[in-house]
Design a binder for this molecule. Structure first.
Ligand code: PEP
Ligand code: MN
Length: 338
């Protein structure tokens, strides 16, 4: 349920309502916009008994929120959220570009990539130190050693750094080195991991599960937010369909659908969506036109020798060409690209 206050509702009227709700053991989420304040109610509504908020002082109207996700719901927070990450932020004014290798393979590989993607206009360095591979015999990541290189790359370039976490232990370690945690597609409904990420104290990028509906995805975001972490960004990375020409099928319609359902920023990962380097640039453009707040792109100094996801990784030159070609698209959408 949300209680929409009148444009000139007094602070006292808002306070009275929030106290009444909290006294009944429910949580209040206040969204103070330019015009109106919205009081979001989280918890079991039946505990409110017969209180009729419609007739309370300063109230314009009461609207039921039927979706099970509340904090992630656009009705709770009508303005698009801006998520601050390190010295940068993800939101409607910028086109965030997260770029880097699938896996951190060595100090040299990571630093070289960090400088190259920074030069081309990226504002984030991505790199996996814990790799959830389909086969247990594939390269599993450098773990803490990889995180140390991420931190070094951040200090050397000023880029914000993001790394996937796959366990409670990985979260505890990663928060010491990176600016943002990534929950991968395979863990989107690992609810214990989501709760831990909600307590980590740094922003979280939540990728869409391989076969997850948008509502399941938003409920996963709610798990993180309900632990007190409002800084969640969603990443569409393709879903499983019957089509085999691409690794997954990029659900571009998820971008405008999410825009209407949630205030959280949305980015698109055309690399994992397609698995094919040549398809990354056209889908990156498509994502910007659909309204995405950013892109995640895999880049490697020598994709032919990459320990994972080489076929979808761009060379430095291809990435530089890509960002140059994206600038006019970003401008058209009123976004700055670094
Ligand atoms: C990744 O970003 O490295 C990754 C494994 O992606 P996803 O979880 O989308 O498969
Ligand atoms: Mn990858």
């Amino acid at each position: 349920m949300i209680i929409i206050m009148k444009p000139k509702a007094s602070k006292e009227a808002i306070k009275k309502i929030t106290c009444q709700i909290e006294e009944k053991g429910l949580q209040v989420h206040l969204s103070e916009g330019h015009e109106v304040t919205i009081v979001g109610v989280v918890g079991d509504k039946s505990l409110l008994g017969g209180i009729n908020f419609e007739i309370a002082e300063g109230v314009d109207k009461v609207v039921a929120v039927t979706e099970s996700y509340k904090l992630a719901n656009r009705k709770f927070h009508p303005e698009a959220s801006v998520v601050p990450v390190g010295s940068t932020s993800i939101g409607p004014e910028t086109l965030t570009i997260m770029a880097g290798p699938c896996a951190v393979e060595s100090r040299e590989q990571l630093l070289e990539t960090a400088f190259a993607v920074k030069k081309a206009g990226a504002n984030f360095l991505r790199g996996g130190a814990y790799k959830p591979r389909t086969s247990p015999y594939s390269f599993q990541g450098l773990e803490e050693e990889g995180l140390k290189y991420m931190k070094e790359a951040r200090e050397a370039t000023g880029l914000a750094v993001i790394c996937e976490v796959t366990s409670h232990h990985a979260i505890e370690t990663a928060v010491k080195y990176v600016d943002m945690l990534q929950i991968g597609a395979r863990n989107m409904q690992n609810f214990e991991l989501l709760k831990e990420a909600g307590k980590a104290g740094i922003p979280v990028l939540l990728k869409r599960g391989l076969s997850a509906t948008i509502d399941e995805w938003l409920n996963a975001a709610e798990y993180i937010m309900s632990e007190g972490n409002e800084h969640v960004v969603l990443c569409e990375r393709g879903i499983r369909t019957y089509e085999t020409s691409t690794r997954n099928t990029l659900d571009i319609s998820a971008v405008p659908v999410l825009r209407s359902k949630t205030h959280l920023p949305v980015i698109v990962d055309p690399s994992h969506a397609t698995g094919v380097r040549a398809y990354v640039p056209p889908l990156a453009k498509c994502a910007i036109a659909a309204g995405a707040d950013g892109l995640m792109i895999e880049v490697h100094p020598n994709p032919a020798c990459a320990l994972s996801d080489g076929p979808q990784s761009l060379t430095f030159e291809q990435f530089e060409d890509l960002t140059a070609s994206l600038r006019p698209y970003a401008k058209l959408e009123g976004r700055n690209l670094g």
